[in-house]
Design a protein around this ligand. Structure first.
Ligand SMILES: Nc1ncnc2c1ncn2[C@@H]1O[C@H](COP(=O)(O)OP(=O)(O)O)[C@@H](O)[C@H]1O
Ligand SMILES: [Mg+2]
Length: 234
């Protein structure tokens, strides 16, 4: 579904990604792992057009994303949930949710909201509350739900577990699995929490200093003790 080839990008003189290639298969979760500074967020930003590569390409179902402006990514089926859980705290939960449909023309049907609320009951309970009052876990659910309102085929998630209690991390990861099973969504999951990410992923890609160290089936990565100690922190 998503094919990354020789992707190279950076910031001025800093090369943050250096010849990265991998595929994310349809209906699968591909975990992108690696230490702080490895280039994980830059990889997602380059896939979604926020950073333009100096070399290489990304295709989504055969479409070269290099030809798509950043504001056109939602319409071709790509959604990016950046790190940091950026909700608009002056708006209600539902107003934040509705923003998710802007990229594909702006109309939110009752069915879209119903589906979001059935996946995330906690948001249904608080739909008229100010997003300001949400906990970190609830904000993470809101930004994922908002991304889904664009009805993406590929969802890029950047560190959804960062700073959340283990119980909440489990909930969020279970939700991601549900989405994949129910909709055939393709997910690229960036995580420093490699152990949890590999427990739900089909495959994993390990980055170090902007390069792919290894990509393999999730179970093979989790079972590789040397790799775990050197790059995955567990
Ligand atoms: N906006 C930026 N300007 C300059 N350098 C950056 C910027 N964002 C990230 N970098 C650098 O790019 C490299 C990769 O960073 P990043 O993609 O954020 O890694 P990760 O998400 O794996 O922690 C790091 O060396 C980081 O310092
Ligand atoms: Mg990052």
């Amino acid at each position: 579904m998503l094919s990354v080839r020789d992707l190279t990008a950076g910031y001025g003189a800093v090369t943050a990604l250096d010849g990265v290639s991998f595929d994310a298969a349809e209906g699968e979760i591909t975990a992108v792992l690696g230490a702080n500074g490895a280039g994980k967020s830059t990889l997602l930003r380059t896939i979604s057009g926020l950073v333009r590569p100096s070399r290489g390409s990304v295709t989504l179902a055969g479409l070269d994303l290099g030809t798509v402006p950043v504001e056109g990514m939602a319409a071709v089926g790509l959604a990016h949930v950046p790190e940091g859980r950026g909700v608009i705290t002056e708006l209600t939960v539902e107003e934040n949710l509705r923003l998710g449909a802007l990229g594909r023309g702006g109309r939110v049907g009752a069915a879209d909201l119903e589906r979001a609320y059935s996946l995330f009951p906690i948001l249904a309970q608080r739909y008229r509350a100010s997003a300001h009052v949400l906990s970190g876990g609830e904000r993470q659910m809101l930004v994922i739900a908002r991304a889904l309102l664009a009805r993406p085929r590929v969802l890029l998630l950047d560190e959804p577990s960062l700073g959340l209690a283990p119980r909440i991390v489990v909930q969020i990861f279970e939700l991601v699995q549900t989405l994949v099973r129910a909709d055939g969504l393709t997910v690229v999951l960036v995580e420093q929490n490699a152990r949890s990410a590999l427990s739900i992923a089909n495959r994993g890609v390990v980055l170090n200093l902007g390069r792919v160290v290894v990509s393999d089936e999730a179970a093979a990565l989790a079972g590789n003790e040397r790799l775990r100690h050197a790059y995955l922190g567990f």
